[in-house]
Design a binder for this molecule. Structure first.
Ligand code: NAD
Ligand code: UFG
Length: 332
């Protein structure tokens, strides 16, 4: 079965491509390389001994995307491509709406034209907004707290409408919690440019002494130690969830929204401790005021994924910190 992976050279996409190839799928990658590097393809080849077909194409290039469908009989799409920095989306909302929404509309129109109606979409726990209490259940009301979150919310709604109009679609919306970790080969992982916004890449740079200390945003939350609690999930577990979702979609028409999280929360200080253990390095930190837009606690109710996809996370925080460290420690 031939699968198109948009954003397939990115962080989660590259791990999913590895698993797709290892499970016997034929993979075609589309990415504009805006937030990833072409070298990822060699790494994927090293791990799987297969070089995936790759197109440097932007989803905003309707003709370019059409040509891929013209050339290949694409039977399903896993759609990762999108811009994902919450803070940046507040600064340049039009870029975010155009890239994420128009890009997805182009993809959907082309899929429809070529009769490809199987889609796995990368949504996010951000759609639960600020007002729901964890554990977060798929049926809770949605909200948008940033233009980035709004694009995920809108795409979810668009996909619901697409299914209502044509019941032949097979769509799974996966709401990810906080992906961290890296492939055990240490060849692929997350390596953001510049100073990271997210906790794990930041902690890793403190461990490498590239940054002096971690700013912990808030120590007065109503949590186990006052710091923010999140549901961290190993990127390989997350990628596995996509293979299970694809299996499910191939067998079932319909549209399903499914959380991919572990169902457990971990505080910032617990992450610091686990990372110190994994790296053998001291992580210096300073307590800072809360970061605007953060909730105290965010973790998944993870039973729908278990019931519908027979998927659950298998790796713990120590595995995640070890694999993140093993990947990042050798990178310049
Ligand atoms: P990433 O930036 O590493 O990967 C996204 C890839 O999409 C990049 O390689 C980028 O170059 C590509 N891309 C972006 N816009 C494109 C376009 N218009 N045309 C072609 N390619 C384009 O991000 P990731 O962490 O792997 O995230 C993948 C998806 O999962 C995104 O949609 C993101 O919003 C979603 N998500 C991520 C997280 C997270 O914390 N990493 C959490 C929830 C949801
Ligand atoms: N944090 C710090 N210091 C930092 C960075 C983060 O203390 O330098 C804290 C935050 O306050 C929060 C926790 O670490 O309590 C996690 O923060 P991240 O920025 O790593 O992740 P978020 O939960 O804020 O958001 C991430 C993605 C979103 C996505 C969400 C749910 O950035 O895109 O997970 O999937 F929507």
């Amino acid at each position: 079965m031939k699968i198109l992976v948009t954003g397939g050279t990115g962080y989660i996409g590259s791990h999913t491509v590895v698993q797709l190839i290892q499970q016997g799928y034929e993979v075609v990658i589309l990415d504009n390389l805006f937030n990833s590097k072409i070298e990822v393809l060699d790494k994927i080849q090293k791990i799987t001994r297969t070089k995936p077909i790759f197109y440097k194409v932007d989803l905003l290039d309707y003709e370019g995307v059409s040509q891929i469908f013209e050339k290949h009989k694409i039977e399903g799409v896993i759609h990762f491509a999108g811009l994902k920095a919450v803070g940046e989306s507040v600064q340049i909302p039009l870029t975010y709406y155009n890239n994420n929404i128009t890009g997805t509309l182009n993809l959907l129109r082309i899929m429809q034209e070529y009769g490809c109606k199987t889609l796995i979409f990368s949504s996010s726990a951000t759609v639960y907004g600020m007002n729901n209490k964890s554990p977060l259940v798929e049926t809770m009301p949605k909200d948008s707290t940033s233009p980035y979150g709004a694009t995920k919310n809108m795409i979810e709604d668009i996909l619901e409408d697409v299914y209502v109009a044509d019941n032949n679609w097979r769509i799974v919306l996966l709401r990810y919690f906080n992906p961290i970790g890296a492939h055990e080969s240490t060849l692929i992982g997350e390596n953001p440019n510049g100073i990271p916004n997210n906790l794990l890449p930041y902690v890793a740079l403190v461990a490498k002494k590239k940054l002096e200390y971690l700013n912990i945003f808030g120590d007065d939350y109503d949590t186990i130690d006052g710091t923010g609690v999140r549901d961290y999930i190993h990127v390989v577990d997350l990628s596995n969830g996509h293979i299970k979702a694809l299996d499910y979609a191939v067998k079932n028409k319909g549209i399903e929204t499914i959380n991919l999280g572990t169902g457990t929360g971990t505080s910032v200080l617990q992450i610091v401790e686990a990372f110190e253990k994994a790296s053998g390095r001291k992580i210096e930190y300073k307590m800072m005021p809360r970061r605007a837009g953060d909730v105290a606690t965010c973790y998944a109710e993870a039973s729908k994924a278990k019931k519908l996809l027979n998927w659950e996370a298998t790796k713990n925080i120590d595995d995640m910190c070890r694999d993140s460290w093993n990947f990042i420690k050798n990178i310049e």
